[in-house]
Design a protein around this ligand. Structure first.
Ligand code: GCO
Ligand code: MG
Length: 412
C-alpha cells in the first residue's frame, strides 16, 4: 500500500483548473481539485515543490494521518494556498479509498441522507428585461432555486452580471458569467454602495411580482457592505423572503455579523473565501450565519469540511457549498458526495461548466428536476482525460478588483 506517483495537471478548457492525480502501487488512481481562482500557479508550486515529494511511498489508506502531516508538518498553517493543496490530496485519497472499497465516497461517509441535492444557479441581467430572461432560462434548465444578480444604474460593470464581455468563451450557457478574465492584469470595476442599496430592493420586488413568492431566491453582496449597510440591505429584503443573502460584509472580523444579525431576519451565508474551521469558529458558535459557504476545494478537502459542517450542525447551521465554474468537476463531485451524506445539507451552488471542460473531465453525477446526485461509481466518479487536458494550456487570468468613484480600492 503506497502512493507511487503524484501529478499536478494544469488545464484551461474554458478556464484554468489545477488537478492532483495520485497513483498507488496497485495502479489505483485518485483525483483532487486544487483550483484557486486567479492564484492557480501558487497552488501548483506548493503542490509540486512542497507536497508531492512528501507523498511518494506514503500509505494511501491513511487519509487523516496524511491530512495532519501536511497541516501540522508544514509549520505555517492555514491560508487559501495551503488549504487548497491539502484539499486536493485529501480528496484524491478519498477517491482512491472509494475505488478500493468499490463504493461511491458518500457511502464511506455514512450513506445517503436524502434522494438528491437541491441546487441553485446564477440568473443575472444588466436590467430587468435581461434579468427576467435569465430567470426564465434557469427555470427552463430545471433550477428550483435561483440566485439573482443585477446591474446598478450608473455603474459600468459589477460582479455577477453575464454580459457580452464576461460571458463564457463557448457561450454554452447564455447567462453564466466567468468572473476570471484572461489577461496579464486584473480588470478594474466600479462600485457605489448607496446606488446599490437604493436599487436592489426594487429588483427583488419586481422579480417576486413577475415570478411569484415560491421560488427560493438568493443574492450575493460579495463582501461589499459595511455592517450597518448590510443590516439595512437585509432588512430591506425581508418582504421578498430570500433563501439567503451572501457575503454581506467582509467577515475576517467575525464579530461584525453581530450587528447585522441584530437588525434582520434575512438568512445569511458566509465563507466561500474561508479555508479552515478557525475562520468560522465565532460565527458558528454565536449562530451569526445560517449557511456555511465553503467549497471542499478551498477548505482542506472532504475530511476538514466535514468537521466544519459537523460543528455547524450543533448550531442548526447548514451547508451551502460554493459551486461556481472555478470549482472543477472533481471539486463539485466531492461536494456532492459530502452533501449527500451529511444531515445538515442546505443547498448546492451549481454553475454548469462549459462543453470543453466536460470533455476534459468525464463526470457521472446526475442533474434532474433541480436536484444533483453524485452517482454510484466507486470513488468520486470523475475521470480526467489527460490528452484532452493537454490541448488547453494554462492561460493567466485574474479576478477583477474594485474602486469607488474617488478612486479608493473597495472589496470586490
Ligand atoms: C459565488 C462566488 C463567485 C466568486 C468566484 C471567485 O457565490 O459563486 O461569489 O462568483 O466570485 O467563485 O472565484
Ligand atoms: Mg459568492
Amino acid at each position: 500500500m503506497a502512493i507511487t506517483r503524484a501529478e499536478v495537471i494544469v488545464t484551461s478548457p474554458d478556464r484554468n483548473f489545477v488537478t492532483l492525480k495520485l497513483t498507488t502501487a496497485d495502479g489505483v488512481t485518485g483525483l483532487g481539485d486544487a483550483t484557486l481562482n486567479g492564484r492557480e500557479s501558487a497552488v501548483v508550486a506548493y503542490l509540486r515543490d512542497h507536497v508531492v515529494p512528501l507523498l511518494i511511498d506514503r500509505d494511501e489508506s491513511r487519509i487523516e494521518d496524511t491530512w495532519q502531516f501536511l497541516y501540522r508538518g508544514a509549520y505555517w498553517r492555514r491560508g487559501p494556498v495551503t488549504m487548497a493543496a491539502i484539499a486536493a490530496v485529501d480528496t484524491a485519497l478519498w477517491d482512491i479509498k472509494g475505488k478500493v472499497a468499490g463504493l461511491p465516497v458518500y457511502q464511506l461517509l455514512g450513506g445517503a441522507s436524502r434522494e438528491g441535492l437541491l441546487a441553485y444557479g446564477h440568473a443575472s441581467g444588466r436590467d430587468l428585461e435581461e434579468l427576467f430572461d435569465s430567470v426564465r432560462d434557469h427555470r427552463e434548465q430545471g433550477y428550483r432555486a435561483i440566485r439573482v444578480q443585477t446591474g446598478v444604474p450608473g455603474l459600468k460593470s459589477i460582479y455577477g452580471i453575464a454580459s457580452n464581455e464576461t460571458r463564457r468563451a463557448d457561450k454554452s450557457v447564455r447567462y453564466d458569467h466567468e468572473p476570471a478574465q484572461r489577461g496579464s492584469l486584473p480588470a478594474e470595476e466600479d462600485w457605489d454602495t448607496r446606488s446599490y442599496l437604493r436599487h436592489v430592493p426594487g429588483v427583488f420586488e419586481a422579480v417576486r411580482s413577475e415570478f411569484g413568492p415560491e421560488t427560493p431566491l438568493l443574492h450575493d453582496a460579495h463582501h461589499r457592505l459595511a455592517p450597518i449597510e448590510a443590516a439595512r440591505l437585509g432588512r430591506s429584503l425581508e418582504p421578498y423572503d430570500l433563501f439567503w443573502l451572501e457575503d454581506v460584509t467582509p467577515a475576517e472580523n467575525q464579530e461584525s455579523l453581530r450587528l447585522v444579525r441584530r437588525h434582520t431576519t434575512t438568512p445569511l451565508a458566509v465563507g466561500e473565501i474561508f479555508n479552515s474551521v478557525w475562520d468560522y469558529q465565532q460565527i458558528i458558535r454565536e449562530q451569526l450565519i445560517d449557511y456555511v459557504r465553503s467549497a471542499v476545494t478551498h477548505t482542506g478537502g472532504i475530511s476538514h469540511l466535514k468537521k466544519v459542517l459537523d460543528y455547524a450542525a450543533q448550531y442548526q447551521i447548514k451547508s451551502g457549498m460554493h459551486g461556481p465554474t472555478d470549482v472543477s468537476p472533481v471539486g463539485m463531485a466531492a461536494a456532492m458526495h459530502l452533501g449527500l451524506s451529511i444531515h445538515n445539507f442546505g443547498i448546492q451552488e451549481y454553475m454548469k461548466h462549459g462543453a470543453r471542460t466536460d470533455q476534459v473531465f468525464q463526470q457521472s453525477f446526475s442533474w434532474r428536476d433541480g436536484y444533483l446526485h453524485p452517482g454510484d461509481k466507486p470513488g468520486l466518479g470523475v475521470d480526467l482525460d489527460a490528452d484532452e487536458a493537454g490541448r488547453y494550456p494554462y492561460a493567466q487570468a485574474y479576478l477583477p478588483y474594485n474602486r469607488l468613484a474617488d478612486g479608493t480600492i473597495h472589496d470586490w
